[in-house]
Design a protein around this ligand. Sequence first.
Ligand code: ANZ
Ligand code: ZN
Length: 826
Amino acid sequence: MAWMRSWVRLPSGPPKIIIKIKGMDKYNPKTIEPKWQKYWVEKKLFKADDKDNKRPKFYCLDMFPYPSGDGLHVGHVESYTATDIYSKFMRMNGFNVFHPQGWDAFGLPAENYAIKTKVHPAKTTEKAINNFRRQIKSMGFSYDWDREINTSNPDYYKWTQWLFIELYKKGLAYQKMAPVNWCESCQTVLAREQVVDGKCERCKNIVVQKELKQWFFKITDYAEKLLTDLNDLDWPDKIKKMQENWIGRSEGALIKFEIRSTKFETNSKQLIEVFTTRPDTIFGATYLVIAPEHEIISKLKTQFLNFKEVEKYITNTNKKTELERTSLEKIKTGVEIHGIKAINPANKKEIPIFIADYVLTTYGTGAIMAVPAHDERDFEFARKYKQKIIEVISSNEEQSNLNSAYVGNGKFINSAFFNGKENLKEFDNIVKFVGGKKSIQYRLKDWLISRQRYWGAPIPIIYCDKCSVVTVPEKDLPVELPKDIDFRPTGESPLERSKKFHDVKCPICHSPARRESDTMDTFVCSSWYYLAYVMQGNTNFQFPISKYKEKFKKWLPVDLYVGGAEHAVMHLLYARFITKALQDMKYLNFNEPFLELKNQGLILASDGRKMSKSLGNVINPDEAVSMHGADTLRLFEMFLGPLEDEKPWDIKGIVGIKRFLEKVWKYCFMDDYEKVGNHDLHSTIKKVTGDIKDLNFNTAISAMMIFINSSINKKTMVNKHCKEQFLKILSPFAPHICEELWKELGNNTSIFKSDWPKYAKEIEKEIILPIQINGKVRARINIDPKAKKEQAVNIALDETNIKKWIQNNNIKKIIYIPGKILSIVI
Ligand code: ANZ
Ligand code: ZN
């Protein structure tokens, strides 16, 4: 076939005889794998080269693990294998790849463990990290270990503290009172997970909400940018949608209602401002509702005729969480405030004012105008508290039913001179008419970063009676966590108890001062860690930041980020915010940290349930590696199904994978055959290349399995060239066995130094042609859609499966429709 000859390489000379060394004829991952892992690390084969400016860069990032005492689980192996395949693929395609790993090492579990056992969190964490590192190394991942970071290392968290100070200087870090979960009997703040059914986990007393002064980051300043910049990101739609909902942008209007006392004549005019998305319904606003925390309450309480009742309601509200308050199923409660009324600015009517806990102080203005005819919640509330329901938008139905609110659009009724007009067209006019102003509100709240906890980065602030709030000077960073700490649960934050830590001199006036004893939310540590990897290396985290400008420019932003969907909101949003803030401070020259994001799906136990310790169905990667080898485990996890899908662990599958690798081993030791058709090889290369680009690892593996089976059975693709090309495309998936066989074939440098194989031009246009025998599809072949009949028939008759079906039968007829089908009748 002439069209093939141009790129078929026939073996030169007689087939080579491969002398089999004793012991080499069996695939033994136990001896191969540690050997190559050592080799790669010693040769620094996967080093991200700061100095190389010739190759284009590629930054491939994993979500770094929290080093828990349980060790690595198969979910980690799944996503880390995916990024490892991609990183190796990109290296072989000529990229300077940056692929780091590190430890998200601060956090509650280690501290809780310390309280229970008195083992210092630093010890527990170090032990866990050593175990994680050993496990990760045993998988043969191609991390650049010179870039390893640990968020609990003072060298690292001095920069977390630096970040805090920079944000503070720019007005993006500030203090305000905020509610925390407080246990009266333990006299302590509780983390959300320590509150069980509204009670303290430890003493079982009722937990209340208490106001404490806490630190916040002003992420709300970036709400609009965080929303619009989502458009430029190659992220799963689901994740983008979740971020969008979290930011929760609403267009509406702010409208002021005048307040009148029914008891006294007052001179000072009081106003309540509401936020509404439906200013068009204002003629139907028959009462106002304010949040129990609304400032007007303390201002006007002397006017209230039922202050006791109102006060009691407020006390009860303090016991509820926000979730309980806003839950849609919950029956709405409220209390009318007697003694004051509001004036509806549209029709000047006097309307009652309620307090109710379903109105949140943290959204809009903490006050709403209630329009029961057109809002479900207001409708329900009005029914319960016997308030007027006035329809102002007509639903076009003859008989309006008053069994529910009409939330749609239509023509105005009961709305003075707006009557008869379309509501949608009058939004602006009605806002103007009542003296309101258009406004955009966000659900997003500022980020509360204070934690009354020990095992975190100390907030670098000192309180001085003369100088007030003072930031720790850069030269004094890090503010180190004291080591000798008493973990007994007495109710105070452990840092508060350490005199050495707490009592300091003011950096400005040198008089006695107090150190802030709260630590930062661990999400602050992980909000910038992708920058830390770039900073890590020979310069070792030295100030000033300007040292890193060139490196940031070289490596960032991250090109591909892979991790679990559980970080859809918090971590990703915080990292995006910090990037934008640092860009505005001119430290970075890009506005988004992660250009492409992929989520791996959960790996379930073989029974389809979630793996969990309590169910006893957790698979330990160590066991799988020691039984089958890392290459088998890697391939197996990638073969379970598409990366993003949830998929059950399939015990039987792992044996099949092992057998595939044994066949690869056998194939590479087969003697050369003269009969060579490179066709299968090239279409396999094409398929695997395309699949890796799309992160479709399972289908890539199945293409390689088909190749191996047909090569061994048909003996068409058995020569050094084919073996080498095949090993190259398998090597990102199963690095150890490929490196070993590559060497066996006579290569002296690592397979990962070689170039990714190219496939022949002809393959570019190929399609898959089904081959029928007596009306049933029995095989499919890769072929040029314009191929001649003779060509198609030749390839088809060479297929093992077709041969099997035809055997000694006479072919009666062959119908060929190019690009569509080849049909053989026997
Ligand atoms: C009057 C009205 C009439 C409303 C109507 C809706 C329908 P989104 O879309 O989520 O932004 N609201 C405003 N502030 C609130 C708060 N702090 N707590 C609880 N509810 C609040 O919702 C905006 C709407 O939710 C606002 O528009 C307001 O009710 C209510 F036919 O005003 B509306
Ligand atoms: Zn001072």
